[in-house]
Design a protein around this ligand. Structure first.
Ligand code: KG4
Ligand code: ZN
Length: 349
């Protein structure tokens, strides 16, 4: 076997992920395994992730998920050349499980350990599907915990935030609107489905942070979420049925409109020719369609990894580790700690 085998461990939220990636001397990646155990069903009745429940679920899932990944990748632990682990941002207790496991494996196998940034992982996920990124690209990262526009000059070290949400994350808005409408958690998939039967222009919901004085690359979804809740409450008060398909389609249109308009504008203003969209909300059908149209009009290449790679997983963390190994970046020390608020510009610690 040529190249190095990098194992990635993810435990920042409610998915326990272990991925295996091979990186060749030229820096090309090959995905060998991507195993995920999700605790989302344990959180569903609370309408959001419960940190203590997530930590315990990671503890129970980490070793079985590791075993599954090794089997799926057709490798033994002794084949592993480096270990990468999410050390932030994320839930403290959840991160600690992955970091402790990664340290134990790295120490036992005597291989280098890389503590990496979860957000860089979401961007790196795309390199597993579409190959190396161009010298410069813009990443729109939209998940349950994050909504950010990032300028990526080098996946192994230079990522700069150029905009982010000032309140709710895009996925959080989906989850809260789903709750208002009585749809299950997580809200993205049922809203996406219902919206296909609805009219996106039925209700004029607000487009947050799009005024002339607003920061051009920041987002806000809290006002939109409140507007949907008020609209639904008014219908219910009047004893009228709530047209769920039209509400979801109109809400989804507002989210996709703002996200794609700001991302395309940023790419044009910064002179960047490639946009990567990743994170759980990148699985949204309207977001990818509208992004495709607007990028084509502006002559921007659009890259969206398959949904499985968009949501949290260990392969994306292995991918960051592989890029660090290929770039010759120094590994982390074994006293690495979890950093719940790790800033995005810190790709590895
Ligand atoms: O990246 P992810 O799996 O976990 C976090 O890091 O947060 O993202 C989960 C989020 C949830 O808020 C979920 O509602 C949203 O992604 N999501 C979607 C869709 N599928 C998942 N949002 C919109 N449309 C979808 N099809
Ligand atoms: Zn994530």
């Amino acid at each position: 076997m040529t190249g190095k085998i990098v194992l990635g461990i993810e435990s920042s939220c409610d998915e326990t992920g272990v991925g295996v990636v091979r990186v060749d001397p030229a820096g090309e990646l090959e995905l060998l395994a991507d195993e995920v155990a999700s605790s989302v069903e344990l959180h569903a009745r609370f309408g959001g992730v419960v940190p203590e429940v997530a930590s315990r679920a990671h503890l129970e899932a980490i070793v079985p998920t590791m075993r599954r990944a090794l089997t799926a990748g057709g490798i033994e632990l002794s084949d592993v050349d480096a270990i990468a682990v999410t050390c932030g941002p994320g839930l403290a207790g959840a991160l600690l499980v992955g970091v402790a496991a990664a340290k134990a494996y790295a120490a036992a196998l005597d291989v280098p350990l890389y503590g990496v940034n979860h957000l860089a992982g979401h961007v790196a996920a795309d390199t597993l599907e579409h190959g190396r990124l161009p010298a410069q690209c813009l990443a729109l990262l939209v998940s349950g915990g994050h909504s950010q526009l990032l300028r990526v000059d080098d996946l192994a070290g230079k990522i700069t935030e150029i905009g982010s949400t000032i309140d709710d994350a895009a996925g959080e808005a989906y989850d809260k609107v789903a709750r208002v409408l009585g749809l299950p958690y997580p809200g993205g998939p049922p809203i996406d489905k219902a919206a296909r039967q609805g009219d996106p222009n039925a209700i004029a919901f607000p487009r947050g942070m799009t005024g002339p004085r607003d920061a051009k690359f920041d987002f806000s979804f809290s006002g939109l979420k409140t507007a949907v809740a008020r609209w639904v409450e008014a219908r219910e008060r009047d004893g009228e049925p709530v047209p769920v398909n039209d509400v979801t389609a109109s809400f989804q249109e507002a989210v996709a409109d703002v996200l794609t308009a700001k991302a395309v504008r940023a790419a044009i203003e910064l002179g960047i020719g490639t946009l990567v969209i990743s994170g759980g909300v990148a699985a949204n059908s309207r977001l990818s369609t509208l992004a495709g149209q607007r990028c084509a009009e502006a002559g921007i290449e659009l890259r969206v990894p398959r949904p499985r790679l968009c949501t949290d997983n260990g392969a994306m963390i292995a991918a960051v580790g592989a890029h660090l190994v290929a770039a010759g970046v120094a590994p982390s020390s074994l006293d690495l700690s979890a950093t719940p608020a790790l800033p995005v510009h810190t790709v590895s610690v």
